[in-house]
Design a protein around this ligand. Structure first.
Ligand code: ACO
Length: 379
């Protein structure tokens, strides 16, 4: 079948058949393998959710314990990767550091036995285990400190916060962080997942798949938006400034970061869950004026742009959660990547099951039979 109509951004064009997640953008519903996100956020853990996404079913008790044990015992990164990361410029963006480090893992595991379930499981375990350690290690090394070794006694999220802050986190913080990872783990055919599937379709290794997706996630229209949300809230500075800021931005056609979504035309269900997490955090650790500014923004934008389906997306409140946890702004997107690795790996595995290399077409609108002008005659 030849599709000749050009759709910028491939909007509305199915790029795959997938049973991993489903979004109902009109009704604000998100399901992973058929289970509503609200239920997972309340009852699951990130690693259990990752297992569900990647293998299609919730693990039983023994399966979950074995999986957690495997991931937890692979959290140390190789000395050579750590030494490579030490050479990265401290001023570089942590997403670039993560992309390079994830790709470097592939140097150590170059055998591509893509049809072997043991190879697949090893790659899943290694990537889920190593990515958080890489993010935390880069953060400490760019401050001139040595990376903190993973703590065997701590679970996935608590250990990440421990490696980042060099102290054991409050259990509520660790649980809230884990829920954030659940919420961002998968979201149908977004740009980074598409990128992962395109890369997977060439039958390259999963480290290249993840590195490619990390690169795609970094842009401000995708995962990078939550960093810009915080900058925007800081720029606004007070609740009184919200309305004038919005009016001025609308006049200049500036987009509001953390608002709008290609699929959701109502409030993103993840934003609703995150908002309740923000409230739990503030109740225990003190109020934050940026939350008042954010709430006022949501009200005014709904009033002005609600008719266009512009509501908060996942990035709007996730930045506030991380900010309250004392996490530097430029780590927000790497944290998104820690979580989304689960979804990318699920899509990698699904792509391999019925693979056909991606090779879309184009509509050529350039010239033909143009003469070659010698360099001395060019303007
Ligand atoms: N602020 C103001 N207006 C907006 C916004 C926004 N954030 N998003 C969309 N609109 C308006 C557009 O100006 C357009 O108006 P028009 O019809 O009068 O021209 C209308 O809504 C539709 O916009 P599109 O560009 O067609 O929407 P699209 O589906 O392509 O965009 C996107 C989705 C890229 C996420 C967009 O909403 C945006 O840029 N948001 C800000 C960045 C952001 O928060 N990204 C994170 C997304 S979630 C994620 O990736 C995890």
């Amino acid at each position: 079948m030849m599709v000749c109509e050009f759709k910028p951004g491939l909007e509305g064009i199915p790029a795959a058949q997938s049973s991993i997640s489903n979004v109902d953008g009109q009704n604000g519903i998100l399901e992973y393998r058929g289970i509503r996100i609200e239920e997972l956020a309340e009852k699951s853990t990130f690693l259990e959710t990752a297992y569900l996404l990647i293998w299609g079913e919730l693990p039983n008790k023994e399966e979950l314990e074995a999986f957690e044990h495997e991931v937890h015992s692979h959290r140390r990164i190789k000395y050579r990767i750590r030494d490579m990361m030490k050479c990265f410029p401290e001023s570089g963006h942590p997403m670039d550091a993560l992309q390079a480090s994830a790709a470097a893992l592939g140097l150590f595991y170059s055998r591509r036995d893509l049809h072997n379930p043991i190879y697949i499981r090893d790659a899943v375990v290694r990537l889920l285990a190593n990515i958080p350690t890489m993010v935390a290690a880069f953060q400490l090394m760019r401050k001139g400190n040595d990376p903190v070794r993973p703590c065997d006694d701590l679970d996935y999220s608590a250990n990440f916060l421990y490696m980042l802050n060099e102290k054991e986190p409050d259990p509520l913080l660790a649980r809230i962080f884990d829920v954030c990872l659940i919420l961002q783990a998968e979201h149908t055919m977004n740009a980074s997942t598409f990128s992962a599937r395109v890369t997977a379709s060439t039958l390259t290794d999963p480290y290249a798949v993840v590195a490619s997706a990390v690169g795609t996630l970094g842009g401000p229209l995708h995962g990078g938006a939550n960093e810009e949300v915080i900058q925007m809230l800081e720029e606004i500075g007070s609740v009184e400034n919200v309305r004038p800021y919005i009016d001025d931005s609308l006049q200049r056609n500036v987009r509001f970061m953390g608002f709008g979504h290609r699929v959701y035309k109502v409030k993103d269900p993840r934003a609703t869950i995150l908002q309740s997490l923000v409230e739990q955090l503030f109740a225990k650790f003190g109020h934050d004026k940026y939350y008042d500014i954010a709430q006022e923004m949501e009200r005014v934008i709904e009033e002005k742009l609600g008719h266009k389906g512009i509501y908060p997306n996942v990035d709007f409140y996730s930045g506030l959660v991380y900010r309250k946890m004392g996490i530097p702004t430029d780590l927000f997107t790497p944290i998104f990547a820690i979580s989304r690795v689960a979804g990318w790996l699920a899509h990698w595995k699904e792509q391999l099951e019925e693979n056909r290399i991606f090779r879309p077409t184009q509509i050529y609108n350039g010239r033909h039979d143009h003469p070659y002008t010698p360099i001395e005659q060019r303007a």
